[in-house]
Design a protein around this ligand. Structure first.
Ligand code: PGA
Length: 239
């Protein structure tokens, strides 16, 4: 694992965008799984700027949704599918018909997970995973405990994640209690992993991520064992 500490959130966003743009240049057809959440939004805005100026061509990327609230349709403004499209796919000029959703409102969630896994397999696995860090060390909705082999599945959202997502739903009790998530197995086997971490509230979980030990109680801690993982943290998060 490589750890890059930046002085500010803006610098974090720029550095992450530069790294990602370099990867797209090397592999224009990369299979990319892209997180929602607040942390990567600065990076995505930078990427949108590069795309707008013609300095980044994302038209051949295959973008995969990372996670989804159970039962929430894409038309709901809080759906993570809609958020991925609005913040990443469309502003970067990636193609909508090459986007692979993970449908939270699929009639058979188990089947949806198997179909998503086979789409990822068909793409040859993820080339790049862009991830945020949950307050409890979750990656996507791989809540603790999640072992490195955990598959794409239906999960119960942890208490801390309900709290941190309450801001999007107008209160903790309104947040859906279940989610689908890309599995740890797929995320940890991505050929490049960028984990973005910002703010003082993430300081302790980042410390446990970086310093270990790697354990299911802090799913992100497995990243520290991987040479292909780059953690970008701002000074507020790393101290
Ligand atoms: P955040 O979310 O980027 O909004 O902090 C990260 C996460 O919960 O995975």
């Amino acid at each position: 694992m490589e750890l890059i500490v930046t002085e500010s959130y803006d610098e974090l966003s720029r550095r992450a965008a530069e790294l990602f743009a370099g990867l797209v240049l090397e592999l224009p057809e990369a299979a990319v799984v892209a997180a929602t959440g607040n942390t990567p939004m600065g990076m995505y805005k930078e990427l949108a700027r590069l795309a707008e100026r013609g300095e980044l061509d994302c038209s051949r990327l295959r973008v995969f949704q990372l996670d989804a609230y159970l039962g929430v349709p894409p038309s709901d403004s809080r759906s993570l599918e809609g958020w991925t499209l609005r913040s990443f796919v469309l502003p970067l000029g990636a193609r909508r018909d090459r986007f692979v959703p993970l449908r939270g409102d699929a009639p058979d969630p188990e089947r949806e997970c198997r179909e998503y896994e086979s789409a990822v397999r068909k793409a040859g696995g993820f080339d790049v995973a862009i991830l945020g860090l949950g307050p409890n060390g979750h990656l996507g909705f791989n809540e603790p405990p999640s072992d490195p082999g955990a598959r794409t599945r239906l999960v119960e959202i942890a208490e801390e994640s309900l709290e941190s997502n309450a801001r999007y739903w107008g209160g903790r009790d309104r947040v859906p209690r279940w989610a689908l998530t890309a599995g740890m197995d797929l995320l940890l086997s991505a050929r490049r992993i960028l984990l973005l971490v910002s703010g003082e509230t993430k300081r302790e979980v980042l410390r446990r991520t970086v310093e270990g030990p790697a354990c299911p109680d802090v799913p992100s801690s497995y990243l520290a064992t991987l040479p292909q993982a780059t953690i970008l943290a701002d000074r507020a998060a790393r101290g």
